[in-house]
Design a protein. Sequence first.
Length: 626
Amino acid sequence: MGRLLFQDHRRELDDIDADQVMLALGGPNGLTERTSTFRRRDVVRAWCDRLPRGAPLETLERLTDATLDSEAGVAVMLSQPAPTSPVSSDVDRALARLAAAAGVPADESQPLRGIVSRILTNTETRPDELANELLAESLDGVRDPVGVLTWRARRRARQLEVRSDLTVAGAPAGLRPHREAGSTETVYSTHDLLETERRALEQASTAVATVSCEPTHVDRVLTAQQFLAEEQARMVRQITTGTEGVQVVVGRAGAGKTTALAAAVPLWRAAGCTVMGAALAARTAQQLGEETGMAAASVDGLLAELDTNPLRHNDVIVIDEAAMIGTRKLARLIDHTAAVGARLILVGDHHQLPEIDAGGFFRALTRHSHTVELVTNRRQQDPAERAAVNAIRDHNDAVALAHFTQPERYTVHDTSDQAVAAVVQGWWNDRRVGLSTTMLAGRQDQVDRLNAHARERLDEAGALYGPETIIGGTGYRVGDQILCLRNNRLLGVLNGTIATIDAITPDEVHATDAHGQAIVLPVDYMENGGLAHAYATTVQRPRAGPSTPPTCSSTTRPTASSSTSCSPGITEQFACIGQHTLSHMIQTPTTRGLGQRTGSSTSRRHWRETDPRISRSRAHTFLLAS
């Protein structure tokens, strides 16, 4: 490897061992630590981060070239810049039909070229077939037909899983490197990640569970349990009686995955199995344990335990929200279970929140492993609400937007102050009648504003007592509702624990959690980012329950008065989520900076047609906290 680094430039790198850095970039904590793929610019950035004294541009370029060189054994090329499309005539034919249907000259259909070319290049779709699909819905009365067709084409691309970036999970097991139409950059992954995926996929497809439940006993129990739907009962049968060592359960939000798991736990125990659960977050794991009766921990905690205390053949491991877990951690779990013939159940939905670490592996398992799917949403009782939630999952934006942009479901304000006031008022109205409601926002600074306004209301109502104590830069009083942000089992708190302050001393805070348990938080826990107010939080944190109409939902129009106070590209967005409320909001990006915009022109046009009140916005994202 050393010869690739051009020895005569070593004098500029005397603070580091360039060969060791390159090896690290190809490892678990390197270029594919958080993402499965990368491009040349990511390698340049990684080297910049690792050169404390900097280096000449020429040296940086050489280091990048060396890292991407196939002889270095670090990077694997997955796709190359697309050459002149071999189907350019097909693209022209499809565009000609679309332009004619839209009633515009052919040159005005060019915004469609990129997405149409991607679909035709990466799928078996024929030009006329694609045109028919995009024109299946009438364009009569549409003010911007090219924009609507572009939006339909993007929706079709998502349905066909034509992506602008390659999900590399499973690539060694049959995913072909692809050429991305219109791309000017080569896409890479690392040998380390691809080998991890290859080995884990092979193990998952061949692993055998040593202990299974007796099918007749399972059928007898399920017949007596009338509360399970047929697809839930089918799931229970497969994960208890099947001999596969790795089984995947895919279920949309509200499909009843946890209910079915709760029915499976006693069946496994009757067969002599020990059942353990885990989830990415300790709070989610705790909820899994409470709802199913199994012992549960965070995935990190479970892996640490398994590294010192190996599994036995009669163990069952259930991983909740497995689609949010990165490839390497899933591979380690498969390693542990396959080695002894234990059973691993991975439960999740790859159409919801993505992995934090390099991922895509759960999606690959749904194609290569033994999978059962729950397709019925049982959480939303309103058929229209259920259809809208399912539409978001299935990328059917038009159906979702038609439901969630009804005037009674959200409001638009000219300033962020007005939006904050509206949401806080909704929260306060709920609180006065005894409802448990949390305010949501997209960014932490917005959360801080909502919490501050909520505390003002509480203070005015006499719900906060005594002097204010500053802890970690934030003020707290007796009566405040607090949110714990770090796991600490010795203190009896998890990331997500909510409690009410009973007393504050110079050294600690005494509080009572939602289960009535007393907790004592020392100053060192609170001052190191362990505490926050719990009246509002970011949209990523809550986990909604069954749906009723939202308490309050609001957004600001991106005018000069409101957008100047926002972070680049985003206007204010807020919502309320009740104890049994599904929240929805609109995120309306504005201009990022000179010459930089966010959101597609197609989506902006679609939003403008949906609601003229946000005609000045560049709305492009619909968020659903589920």
